[in-house]
Structures are given as structure tokens and as C-alpha cells.
Design a protein around this ligand. Sequence first.
Ligand SMILES: *[C@@H]1O[C@H](CO)[C@@H](O)[C@H](O)[C@H]1NC(C)=O
Length: 328
Amino acid sequence: MIMTMTMTLLLLITIPFLCGVHSLDDPCDPTKKRDPKTLRSDQITVLINGYSEARIPLLQSIAATYSASPSVSSVLVLWGNPSTSAHTLSWLAHNLSLSSLGAASISLHRQRSSSLNSRFLPRPDSIGTHAVLVCDDDVEVDSKSVEFAFRIWRSNPDRLIGPFVRSHDVDLLRKEWIYTVHHDRYSMVLTKFMILKSEYLSKYSCGGGGRMREMRRMVDEMRNCEDILMNIVVADEINAGPVMVGVERARDWGDARNGGRRLMGRVVTEVGLSSRRGEHRKRRGNCIREFHRVLGKMPLRYSYGKVVSSVGEQGLCQKGGKLVLCDH
Ligand SMILES: *[C@@H]1O[C@H](CO)[C@@H](O)[C@H](O)[C@H]1NC(C)=O
């Protein structure tokens, strides 16, 4: 009896706090889909993935920085940690709504599940722009570079855009697909910072039939690789790779899923860290192989080079009787 009363009291106290926290109905409901003509092209919606309560201060500062940009229409913090208390969440929603530095609002959205696929839900009620920036709560990119990356997207609206890139490749000895880094080419943009058409969110979450459903299920099973799958969805659609953009300043405070742990930008060296990195690469290779198996083809395409915001000084110097670029 006393228990029930306490519970009721608790509910009465927490319900008003929860009003600022949005939830979702059927994310793929076709009647809710926005007419593309009503979407803005001059601004971008930022979707920040939040999970770690310890990183809330950093999350808040990153969200505030994005909200200050004139190119940002609104900032959505997608909270994916199911064990965060309603009390903490309501405070976070409140604090975030106050921390906006510009015209863009910051709102908190609790994910219905901890599925990594949730970060790509279409959210027609909250996304009113053609472009979205999907990013992590521990990666800071300076605002000039955000503006620049968005400009590059506007001239390449079908491509995925971002500064952090990786590659697929074939291991010739084992005859299997692998996940790797090439110094001269790339085929995937990471969701540490990824700009894409909001339309692709629907393609990922609602389209593609049984194969797509199977691959989304694999993402849940492996608790990884939603970014690889988005790269595959887009490459399959446009038969082209992503565009890498240069950024002036990017701070990566560490990705827990990589097994790396960083404190205040300093890499905390731990025994076994590099073997865990190897494990991470292996798991990502497995994802590529599984997606390839389901699709029966490899849609990923390589891109070359990086778009930078300045071509720099190109003065000519005399060297050995010849005119050459002074940098050389
Ligand atoms: C919200 O802000 C208050 C006051 O600055 C702070 O004490 C609290 O820890 C913050 N909580 C969250 C969840 O952000």
C-alpha cells in the first residue's frame, strides 16, 4: 500500500518534468512524411547522438556551439541510453533548452530503444530541412568548418559529406572483404560527423524491403556498423562514393565503441588497447561481408582527394633556374 502511494507520488512529480522530452510514433508513417517542397535548403538540422551521462557537460557545449551557427535550423539531441533516469533526462532537456546560443533551438529526444538504427529515424515532426548533420557527442568541429562542409553539401546534395573517412578493401590472401584505411582513397564517411540528405533517413529506416530489414537487424545484432550501412544505402542509390572535407579544428574525445578511452583529449594508454582496435576493425569487416552477402553485390565506391576551404598561397619561387611552387 505504502509502496503504491510512493510510486504514485513519484509519477506525479516526474510527469510534468517529462513534458519537454519528445517521443515518436511510427517513424515511417507515410501520411506524416513531409512534402519535400516544404523543406528548407538554406539551413541544416543537427542530430547529436547522446549516450554517456559523464559526457553531458561536453554534449551541452557541443550542442550550444552548433546552435550558434547561422546555418543551423535546430539541434536535436537523441538520447540512446535506456538506463538514464527520467529525472536526469528532464534536467538535461531543461538545461539544453536554455543553452542555445543562437536562433536554433536545442531539444532532447529519448530514443525508444538503444538500437543504433534509431539515430537514422526520419523524424518528420522535427526535421524541416533537406540536409541533416549526424554526429557524436564527443566530436567537436569548429563552426567555420561546419559552415564549409554544409556549403560543400549544397553543391553535392546527393553525396555523403564528412571529414572522417574509412575504406573497404579485399584481402587477397583470404579472399574476403575487410575494413581499413587507405592513404589515397576512401569509400565511407563516419558518423562522427556526416552530412546527408534527410531523404536518406527514410531510405535507411523505411525503404528497401526485406534485404534492408535484414541488414538493419544485423546492425542490432552486432551493435555496430549503422554508419557502414548508411554508406552502402547511399552508394547503392547514386553509384558514387562520399566527399571528404577538410576541417580546421576537430577534436575527437574518444569513441567508447572503438574501445579507446580518452580523457580531456589525452589518450589514456591501456594494455590491450591496440588489440581491441584490431578487434574493432575485424568486427567492422564482418559487417561489410554480411551486408555484401545479403545484397549479393558491393555498392561501396571509392572517392579520391579532399575538398579544402582554401587553396592557400601559391607563390612561385626560383629554384635551380626553374619556377616552382614555393612550398616544394
Ligand atoms: C542542469 O543544470 C544544473 C544547474 O546548472 C546542474 O546542477 C545539473 O547538474 C544539470 N543537469 C543536467 C542533467 O544537465
